[in-house]
Write a protein that binds this ligand. Sequence first.
Ligand code: FHN
Length: 602
Amino acid sequence: MKHLIITLLTLAACLGPQARAADTVGDNPYLNETPAQHDARMKWFREARFGMFIHWGLYSQAAGKWDGKATSGAGEWMMNDMQIPDSQYAKLVPQFNPVKFDARAWVQLAKSAGMKYIVITTKHHEGFAMYPSALTDWCLKSTPFQRDPLKELSVACQEAGIKLCFYHSIMDWHHPDYLPHKPWNDQANANPDFERYVTFMKGQLKELLTNYGPIGLLWFDGNWENSWNYERGADLYKYIRGIQPDLIVNNRVGQDRNGIAGTTSGQERVGDYGTPEQTIPANGFGPGVDWETCMTMNDTWGFKTDDQNWKSTQTLIHNLVDIASKGGNYLLNVGPTGEGLIPDASIERLKEIGRWMEVNGEAIHATTASPFDRQLPWGRCTRKVEGDSTTLYLHVFDWPADGKLFVPGLMSAAQSAGLLADANATLKTETGERGTTVYLPPTAPDGISSTVVLKFAGTPEIVAVPIFQQDDGSVVLPAREARLHGATIQYETTGGRDNIGYWLNPADWADWDLAVKQPGKFTVTAQIAAPALTSFELSVAGQTLRCGAPVTANYDAFETVALGNVEISAAGKVTLSLHALKGGWQPMNVKSVGLKPVTANP
Ligand code: FHN
């Protein structure tokens, strides 16, 4: 968990300010593209919304075990985590013979799941090229498998209309000239020359971008070591787009701290889109920023026999919907075995996702982010604008028992309302002072997520709806109605949760709008779960309370904490916000904030 928090905090720090496409970097014509040219290049990516990540390498043969011992980390990190010298790790080479590899079957599985692109590891950190490279023997041609899986995938993808994309690691634990040198790497040169390594890497990239047809995108990784920097990233970006100008390149071509989605100001950003990993940002990154969350289906990227911690299909579909509703892509990983088989548990989930996408795919593909300023209490929204008409797809996770789906802030009457699962369904809608109610049939068409379709002429009016006081003057601000700000803070619903969570970055924060009709003094409480002492600020109507929360057993053990008193002296809309207090902050989960009028002393 600690590693995850550090990783997430790193990512959180890296996904702050809005990223933009790679600006003009140097004099390369491929970088001075106009916004229209950039949009044309990014079009397929933005419409895809869903892709397959494939981590396949020598590590797949090891399956997470070495000399009978299981690695504690991810399968593809075994060489590093168990500090296996190259000379010993090389014993995997004669063992690697994935005779059951079937490119068409892999591509068909992706296509049937509704995936529009495949990103496969051409070389992971172990340095082993998963194709017959002319530049090294540390590649597939040295194994009994005398085929070229990238060539076979290229043919299968072109037949199926799927974009073939390549992952390539900058970090290379094997290459004798790579720096920093890994102490357990016994193949190093006495005088390693990193420039020679970069030339080698460019040579392999040229092989990959010359021999396998048009490649959709280059997914760089392993860019975080001090041998890599912005200048090298910009140079590499120019180099590969000089080979395939229409190529899209992720932001890990740049140096980690600078290259990921524009952490630095000025010109130091490289790459075309951001790459949150194993996390879904709270709100996306706003209009004009392209991003993609990559995620494992269990806990490892590369195959591990022991890793059977599979996410449910419900979680995977909710992730896909959540990401699309925030304007991002979902790159979902499979880790094939050393025999060339995708694990059955992955196949099962992808087929279930495919059945859902057959009915609901139009609410994912070629959609844009939700027009609502906060998460909807029952699910998510995606949008399509075609000509002067707008379609809102309401993804209903929690089907209302009373059949009334309230859409807060939707103030325009829909021209039509229906269900993607039933072309004959015509739903009644009613628009009131706080939003629109859609009257639904008693049973949800899909137990995971059902899609309600609202069509509008022009652009529907959507307003930010404050939360109103109860008749007794009290008000509860629930997590699901909070506006969340930042890269990792999010509203959690998995496992029955209903709280603000993943508040790992103290720069993230939350706020609510409330409509006060009965001003006065209020006692403030909050339902908080925090495994470590934490401190934060609550601000409303010009007052700030410095608050602390007691330690609770875990992130799901909520306690109601008294935070103090505030006065709201005038009726009207006010915003109540929660901010971490630097120095005393530790992650905490919040279920709600409550205000109760202070009754005059009896
Ligand atoms: O170290 C790699 C890891 O093995 C995996 O490839 C992920 C996928 O995004 N990227 C790096 C960790 O951030």
